[in-house]
Design a protein around this ligand. Structure first.
Ligand SMILES: Cc1cc2nc3c(=O)[nH]c(=O)nc-3n(C[C@H](O)[C@H](O)[C@H](O)COP(=O)(O)OP(=O)(O)OC[C@H]3O[C@@H](n4cnc5c(N)ncnc54)[C@H](O)[C@@H]3O)c2cc1C
Length: 313
């Protein structure tokens, strides 16, 4: 009989430190506002390293992103990170957003180039008076504010990029400009992430490259989303959801099993930091975090704060 395998979370008697961050998008209806704040309330006690709020294409959510980040600062103990893109904006416009965040007390920006106005596939052209690309934006942020800056990374390369090498060169440029963390596009084959990590390390990139995890809340939506951002969806994943289109309960169980398999394999290979694309839904992410050993912190104050979640929704 083989010996019982020691818990993957215990190393020499000490629990392994798992750190998570959660990504949300700014709501645009009262109903979405409620579900966002419900998700934040459920996930906050897990004490994430930070929570990030996306910035709609071309700055379309500028005010809503700002309002959401400000509310996180005002009403929770969470550390927010504001996403910011430089596409279709002048330097002056982008700098004004950075200054407003700094003024509001935000200390972390996720700096991105953004998709061209016509969407993925259209040739990207920087705004004539704007930041040229994400590396240029990182440099601009570091020049003007005391901010931690995270950036994107693409284990399967960005769809615009001629090669993985070009992608890694871009990541290097962003690091040289001052980025201290990269968050990856989602992926379903962990081997892709580890191969990318090896290439980045071989190119002298030493910052944490945190895997971006997308729990499959809805397979069809995930597939469409993946097609737009150049992430592959393996056949085995499609097979697991096959025939469950009208069976929500089983779909949820399968989604949890798929996500568990992926994160636990990453843990087994030494990964301790995870960024979750929550899609403003908590249940699946909460369950995966529980599996990773995270528990609501005793120190977390769950008492209502000023402007409780239902107000202003
Ligand atoms: C973690 C994460 C968070 C994101 N958050 C948001 C968000 O909040 N809002 C939003 O709108 N989008 C977001 N995106 C998507 C992102 O804006 C798009 O993927 C965009 O097309 C690229 O921006 P970037 O900063 O990732 O690009 P970069 O890192 O600047 O570029 C990615 C790669 O594309 C190639 N490339 C870039 N420009 C060119 C060019 N002109 N010609 C040829 N190749 C080129 C380079 O090889 C480069 O490595 C996010 C992506 C990730 C991974």
């Amino acid at each position: 009989m083989s010996a019982v395998r020691a818990s993957r979370f215990v190393q020499a008697g000490a629990p392994r430190r798992i750190s998570v961050s959660f990504e949300f998008f700014p709501p645009n209806t009262a109903e979405m506002e409620l579900s966002l704040w419900g998700a934040i309330a459920r996930l906050a006690p897990l004490s994430p390293n930070f929570v990030s709020v996306t910035y709609g294409a071309g700055g379309s959510t500028r005010e809503r992103t700002h309002a959401t980040v400000k509310r996180i600062l005002a009403e929770t103990m969470l550390t927010p990170a504001a996403h910011l893109t430089c596409v279709a904006a002048t330097r002056g416009e982008v700098d004004a957003v950075i200054a407003a965040y700094a003024e509001a007390g935000v200390r972390h920006i996720v700096a991105l180039r953004g998709d061209p106005p016509g969407g993925v596939g259209e040739l990207y052209a920087p705004h004539p008076g704007g930041y040229r690309n994400a590396a240029d934006l990182v440099a601009g942020i570091k020049r003007s504010a005391d901010m931690e800056v995270s950036v994107s990374a693409y284990p399967e390369k960005h769809p615009d990029s001629p090669s993985v090498e070009a992608d890694i060169d871009m990541l290097k440029a962003k690091v040289d400009a001052g980025a201290t963390r990269a968050i990856t596009q989602f992926f379903f084959e962990n081997a892709l992430y580890f191969r990318y990590l090896d290439r980045a390390r071989a190119s002298g990139i030493e910052i944490p490259i945190v895997p971006g995890m997308l729990p499959v809340q809805n397979f069809k939506t995930t597939k469409n989303f993946a097609a737009r951002c150049g992430a592959s969806v393996p056949d085995w994943l499609a097979e697991r959801f096959d025939g469950l289109e009208n069976d929500t309960a089983t779909r949820k169980l399968i989604a949890a099993a798929v996500a568990a398999e992926q994160v636990l394999d990453l843990v087994d290979h030494g990964v301790t930091d995870f960024h979750f694309y929550t899609m403003n839904r908590a249940d699946l992410v909460y369950a995966i975090c529980h599996l990773l050993g995270l528990r609501p912190g005793a120190e977390y104050d769950a008492s209502p704060r000023p402007h409780a979640a239902t107000e202003g929704a």
